[in-house]
Ligand binder design. Sequence first.
Ligand code: ADP
Ligand code: MG
Length: 619
Amino acid sequence: MALLQIAEPGQSSAPHEHRIAIGIDLGTTHSLVATVLSGKAKVLNDEQGRVLLPSIVHYAEQQTQYGNEAAPFITSDPKNTIVSVKRFMGRSQADIKFQHPYALVGEANEMPAFETAQGRKTPVEISAEILKQLKDRAEASLQNPVNGAVITVPAYFDEAQRQATRDAAQLAGLNVLRLLNEPTAAAVAYGLDQESNLSTDRNYVIYDLGGGTFDVSILRFSQGVFEVLATGGHTALGGDDLDRLILKWAKKQLNIETLDDAEYAHFIVAARKAKEALSDAETVQIQLLDQVLNLDRPTFEEIIKVALDKTISVCKRVMRDAKLELDDIQNVVLVGGSTRSYAVQKAVGDVFSQEPLCTINPDEVVAIGASITANQLIGNSTDGSLLLDVTPLSLGLETMGGLVERLISRNTAIPVARRQEFTTYQDGQTAMLIHVVQGERDLVEHCRSLGRFVLHGIPPMTAGQARIEVTFQVDADGLLTVSAKETTSGVHAQIDIKPSYGLSGEDTERLLLDGYKFAEEDKNLRHLNETKVEAQRELEALVQALKVDAALLTEEQLAALQTAQAQLETELQGSDIKAIESAVEQLKIHSDAFAAARMNQHIDAALKGTKLDDWSNSN
Ligand code: ADP
Ligand code: MG
């Protein structure tokens, strides 16, 4: 991967003025804010001295409550108490398959709204309320308005989810300096970039298991610069799942079949308390209805194994992506509240054959890193080498035969711009459809369509002569702009891709996994489609040539050519690649003779004194 060092030196007009920049970890479970004061990153607490703001909003008829104040209503008023809203960000009704107590409204393919005592509230609005709380906290604590913010998102967030986050920040009145991947922020917090005196490259694994998301990233630190080698994860796997697994186990132990919404919300809280307590104790008690259960560490380990195994297989996959062996990893860094569990630490330690690092508070590390980046971006710091983020999925466009031409492959560092030249397929073609897709598969139908637009006004030319330059540009937040330009005429068209809300984390995951699973099949399909496109091109050219010069052929030659032509047309209906190839061969034998005859005719014409210009025009 090409590496860019992005230096963004101080841009403040008044050089000595300290501008207020904050870093916000907008978490599924907890959110928090940090800032750099006198060169040191600090998390900011509320008036009660609390750092973690539970990401909970309670909409009562008369008032709205947040965080700890909203928490009691999870059990007493679950429908109006929104928790884990991050799981709903940028996702459609159809994507939401997990259990929740909410009344959602909206079409299946759009981001739903919550029906609350205060009316409809979208995930973007609810997230904005949380961000606003943190902005207010920072302004009260720093006694100054906030000039800019860096907000972190899971590395696996797709463009719809990132866009939803950005919208929420704007709604909260925040000037977003950048969206930053959470594991990247954690690496900054650990100051892994302070090891520049080391002459050898160093590789780090960042394992982040929070409440609702799992991310693993491999970073390489080399000659003073970080490179993100690979990322992977699940947007729907975290501590919440461990709670559900405990609840499932408990229900089975006690022969409880069903729970109503209120009971469910109540027991989930109990399961979570038990899990958290197990990080300090060997055995804990859980009360369910009127019964009490004992849960010890080995049993807990067994219960959550299924979830941890998923994280472990993602770890193995990103190691393969990064082409690294265990020996290449200097350190493994733990991030996220769930990594406080002994069972998690043990599982991670086992897979990487080393003791993972957990020296910075795993709840705070992301916000701290975000504040350091914010401080650089706002111009308070001059050592401005910033970490790079990567694209989570490949980006490309549709070409003939429903094939994907990849312009930016996944795990490419962003911001990035890639340009490629395309041409017209038919003579006199004056418009071209640009269809932008995302995914790892070779065929358009297996990828996700992000958007399409038409480049109009291409001057009529012979097929293959137009030069259409398509540029894909992904900005630092992962938002994509695609533009197309016909260079001989200068006609230009462009779209900003703000995909409709709805590509779920599972979809991202599926698009990735499919890319691996179907690699062989895709290769064959690609080969078939390419062969077909090539054959169609030959046929097209032949039809054009026959229109002009059919008279050059004897009746016999013409008949043979037409038979071969018909044969190829028939084979193109099917998908037998060998048959198509041999029909093309057959056609070539006859069309080569035709081409030779045409060539001779032109040479004759030239010898008779036709100007060279005429000759090339008629060719
Ligand atoms: P997010 O980034 O998703 O908001 P956090 O990093 O705040 O999540 O982690 C929240 C998760 O950490 C919750 O599932 C919570 O139960 C879990 N957690 C918090 N403290 C502990 C603990 N002591 N032991 C185990 N899990 C914990
Ligand atoms: Mg987190």
